[in-house]
Design a protein around this ligand. Structure first.
Ligand code: S3P
Length: 175
């Protein structure tokens, strides 16, 4: 239990919360999408366009495996990481898995302007968010804890996670 892993839909605040959380705990922040972009030398959007979603998902699984030995990290994951069940199982081995849970409306408001997210480049993004959320919610629900993020400030979310982590991981967690 030496890492914190954030899962949840696009726009649920994983990156922002993750960076603040890492600062609070003096942990290192890592984002699986960033690792993939560096590996391939292309943006997520270009990877989807040029090689397709399946190729991206394989890379995602590879990255989770590569990260498996790390400790004292906050890991922010791509919203679809839960699609492959092996990823959930591997992430749970690595630390406390936290689901940042947001409603379709909240997500839509956050991603509607200037989103680079390939899966939401569709005619009716809100409908697509609802559809994907319905498919994924049972998978996100495998997290150790979940937090309804709607209306909560980042600091508040960080406090909740730190509190839960200290309780579960023990008092050796430094702040
Ligand atoms: C995806 C979410 C994105 C990124 C890719 C696919 C998804 O990450 O991995 O566009 O399937 O939900 P964020 O959740 O960080 O936006």
């Amino acid at each position: 239990m030496e890492n914190i892993i954030l899962i949840g839909f696009m726009g649920s605040g994983k990156t922002e919360v993750g960076k603040r959380l890492a600062e609070r705990l003096s942990y290192t922040f890592v984002d699986t999408d960033d690792v993939i972009e560096k590996k391939v030398g292309k943006s997520i959007s270009d990877i989807f366009d040029e090689y397709g979603e399946d190729y991206f998902r394989d890379l995602e699984t590879e990255v989770v495996k590569e990260l498996s030995g790390i400790r004292r990290h906050v890991i922010s994951t791509g919203g679809g990481i839960v699609i492959n069940r092996d990823n959930i199982l591997n992430l749970k081995q690595m630390g406390l898995v936290v689901w940042l849970k947001a409603s379709p409306g909240t997500i839509y408001e956050r991603v509607r302007y200037g989103s680079q997210r390939p899966l939401l480049k569709v005619d009716k993004p809100l409908e697509e968010i609802k559809r994907l959320l319905e498919l994924r919610e049972p998978l996100y629900a495998e997290a150790d804890i979940s937090i309804e993020v709607g209306g909560l400030q980042v600091e508040k979310i960080v406090n909740i996670i730190v509190g839960a982590y200290k309780k579960i991981a023990g008092e050796e967690v430094t702040q």
